[in-house]
Structures are given as C-alpha cells and as structure tokens.
Design a protein around this ligand. Structure first.
Ligand code: GTP
Ligand code: MG
Ligand code: ZN
Length: 219
C-alpha cells in the first residue's frame, strides 16, 4: 500500500513535468535540473557560467531552497531573471513548484533555464520538473564512495561536474577514483573536472553547454 502511494505521487508529478516540458518546447528552451548535496558548488557554478555565457545567451535561473533567498540574491547580481522558490521544508523541487514560477518569466526571451535544486543528494533525483536533462555536482571533499552509496542521482544525471578539484591535494581523495566510481553507476555520464574557485576545467563545460543550447535552439 505504501509503495503504491509513493508511486502515485511520482506518476502525478511526471504528468505535470510533461506539461511543463511542452511549455518549454514552445520556446525551444534548454532546461537543466542542477542537483548536488548542500554546498557542492551549484550556485558558484551558475555564477561562473553566467559570467562566461551571458553575452552569447539569455539565461534564466530558478533557485530552490528550503528557506532564504541568498542564492537568488547572488544570481540577481548578474542582472539576469531569477526566481527563488522556498519549499518551506520540502527537500526537493517538483513539477508544481516550477510551474508556479512561470508567470515570472518570458520564456521566448530565454535560451537557457537552469533550475538549482535543493541541496540534497537523494530525492531531487526522483522528481522531474520538465527538464531536458539532469546535471549534478559532486565536490571532491565529499569522497569517492558517494556514487556507490547514493547511486540514484548519478544514475539519473547526464552530466557530472566534479568540483573543488583545487582541494584534492589537501584531501585523501583521488579525482580519478571519483570518476571511476561514478562511471560504475552510470557509464554514460559526461564528466567535467572543475574548480569554481580557480576556474580550472570550466572552459570545456562552457563549450559543451554552448553546443547543447545551440542544438536545442535548432531542434
Ligand atoms: N575551494 C573551493 N571552494 C568552492 C568551490 N566551489 C564552491 N566553493 C565554495 O563552497 C561553498 C558552497 O558553494 P555554493 O556554490 O554556495 O554551493 P551550493 O551547492 O550552491 O550550496 P546550497 O545551495 O546551499 O546547496 C562556498 O563557500 C563556495 O565558495 C571550488 O571549486 N573550490
Ligand atoms: Mg546554492
Ligand atoms: Zn525530498
């Protein structure tokens, strides 16, 4: 009985996500659902990515947090459209919450919409919001055992950014092993090794993302 209740919630959410998707499709908008545990660097990656690509594309951001608007304030400094969702306790975003932000955006004016999910390595991976794909960050201090212990997010993501590689020399953690462990869970992952602090590795991510936005626009 319990299992069927959970299944119904996920099925209902999938339907709403599909409706969101149809609306994004009308504007050929690339939508990324960005996930990670708290503090892995989602907002830092967004700040860097906006700086690098804001002359090429119109970017919008939806910030999801349990409480506070600090992340939205960081993004608003970049002078791009941003909406903060406060889930008031819920530890992930769902399709309905995303839909509630639609009145704040003009999607025809955007090329890329990034949804920064609530910091949580578990259930955000279960809920679609209408995204083209999920991307996740694993930061070096979290350790190389995370893909094996929290496999769903790695399994559901198309892109993995291994962030904070600048810290690797100070930790007993090998970026190579992190990569290997992630690929064991999902051999199809596209992986970038980056530091949002030093900027190392970010150029390949920007180039990949530019292609993804352009492909979406011409689809
Ligand atoms: N050394 C180092 N620190 C980083 C790097 N990227 C982010 N940080 C720091 O990590 C902390 C958390 O970064 P955020 O970007 O706020 O992380 P987040 O995933 O958005 O956090 P939540 O939204 O709270 O889940 C901040 O103090 C950042 O400055 C990095 O590549 N190297
Ligand atoms: Mg954040
Ligand atoms: Zn949750």
């Amino acid at each position: 009985m319990k299992i069927s209740v959970v299944k119904n919630i996920l099925e209902a959410n999938d339907r709403i996500a599909q409706e969101n998707r149809a609306i994004f499709d009308e504007s050929n908008l690339l939508v990324i659902n960005l996930m990670s545990s708290p503090g892995a660097g989602k907002t830092s990656l967004l700040e860097k990515t906006i700086d690098a690509l804001k002359n090429d594309f119109q970017i919008g951001v939806i910030e999801g947090d349990i409480q506070s608007s600090q992340d939205a304030e960081r993004i608003a400094r970049k002078e791009i459209p941003v909406v903060q969702i406060n889930t008031g306790g819920a530890c992930h975003l769902d399709g309905n919450m995303i839909r509630d932000t639609f009145k704040e955006f003009v999607f025809d004016d955007l090329d890329l919409l990034v949804v920064e999910n609530v910091g949580n390595l578990v259930c955000p991976a279960e809920f679609k919001v209408g995204e083209d794909f999920k991307a996740m960050i694993l930061s070096v201090p979290e350790g190389e055992d995370k893909p094996a212990k929290y496999p769903l997010m790695f399994h559901e993501s198309k892109v993995l950014l291994i962030n904070k590689i600048d810290l690797a020399p100070y930790l007993d953690c090998s970026v190579e092993d992190m990569k290997k462990e992630a690929l064991k869970v999902n051999p199809h992952l596209t992986i970038f090794e980056v530091s949002c602090k030093t900027g190392e590795g970010l150029d390949s991510w920007y180039a990949w993302l530019k292609d993804a936005v352009n492909n979406r626009k011409s689809a």
